[in-house]
Design a binder for this molecule. Sequence first.
Ligand code: ATP
Ligand code: MG
Length: 449
Amino acid sequence: MKVNFDKSNQDLVAAARKVAQSLQEAGYEALFAGGCVRDALCGRALKDVDIATSALPEQVEQLFAGRTVSIGKSFGVILVLEGKYQFDVASFRSDGAYVNGRHPEKIHFCCAEEDSLRRDFTINGLFSEPHSGRVIDYVGGLDDLKRGVVRAIGCAQDRFEEDSLRMLRAVRFASVMQFEIEQETWQAVCRMSSKISRVSIERITNEVVRMICEAPKPSIALNMLRESGMLAEFLPEVLSLYGVAQPPQFHPEGDVWTHTCMMLDGVEAPRDPILALGILFHDIGKPSTYSYGPHPKSGEVRIRFMGHADVGVPMTGKILTRLKLPNALIDAVKELVGHHMRFIDAQKMRKSTLRRLLGLENIDNLLILNKQDTLCSNGDLSGWEFLVDQYNGFQSEPALPPPLVNGKTLMQWGMKPGPKMGKLLKKLYNAQLEGDISSLEEAKKFCGM
Ligand code: ATP
Ligand code: MG
């Protein structure tokens, strides 16, 4: 079996081959390893190429003197710079006993076969010869790749005991590649799910964000996380969406969990993380605002979630801070959560209110979210279509133009700075957004001058 790198970035592959060739010419073995072999065999674009070698870290450093970074030297990995690329060159190694469910205490250097056995899944345990492309498979990875199976190398339970992050990687590979998790591997994930809390939150977050952004159907990932028990460990608030009933006249699709899953599946991958997280959290305020009873005015009896968007904003902030996501991303997701119900009233809005909505930083993502929210519930797109029409109308001019009048202008007109001036500026800007004033002359008149 040969792997064909022709579909990949040719410059990247050529640079990786050059590094491998230098190693081989110095008398060492050098192979492409792991994810890059897997992805090339599946016809996926390569993000990077990892090189595994019989050379020891010191020998790699010596050979590529002046263009190495010894960032992972303690576990046998040297970064080699080649042109505009950099490659992880990892000495064949086998991991000693693990501590804390995450790191091996010691490693020892070994041959390619033993190196393949320390890798997590058979589909990730493949090597290929850099030039001929011949695949070297010590773990049955080719068969599993063909069948679409994620299978732990060796005893799944032991492998997850060593490093619990692998349980999340299993779910990520299965959902992103649309593979099945082999039965014993899956049962081990379910048995050991509570151990995921031993893994640092940054690594958990990275895996989960990748699942919801890269999987063709994130619902598969989310249901695996829920069924295995892992979701309860790091995102109990999202798990709480499960089983929360909604009024069937607005949500024939079912509970909040189903609705959220359908929305994620409805957006094609790869998804912007702001949008993916925005969808995941848009109804996070629903479980705690659930009520059933008559409406205070109309008397209509049904399920309601009064103020769930507002409740969802601080909840989202708290959870995403706990997940250690960057503040700018958190703010953007909060914007989507907080404004996700507003499109419903768009047709009744004053012009200035509508323009402020359309002027939101994340309006593009909000429109996608709103569309999915509608399609995955009652399907009535009229409110959404109105908003999109308005949005398109503002493509030649910004929804929120620079103010016609600023403080300096008001001072030139003889006004003194102070709270009164602030209030007047706000009124002036509103009038501008409403279309009531469009020149300085009109603004002056508006101010009674
Ligand atoms: P991707 O880059 O898409 O996340 P990948 O398989 O390349 O997928 P990397 O984290 O880049 O993942 O790791 C490269 C290789 O190192 C993997 O293919 C696998 O062989 C091995 N590996 C990575 N993480 C682990 C782990 N936690 N346990 C065992 N082997 C691992
Ligand atoms: Mg990789």
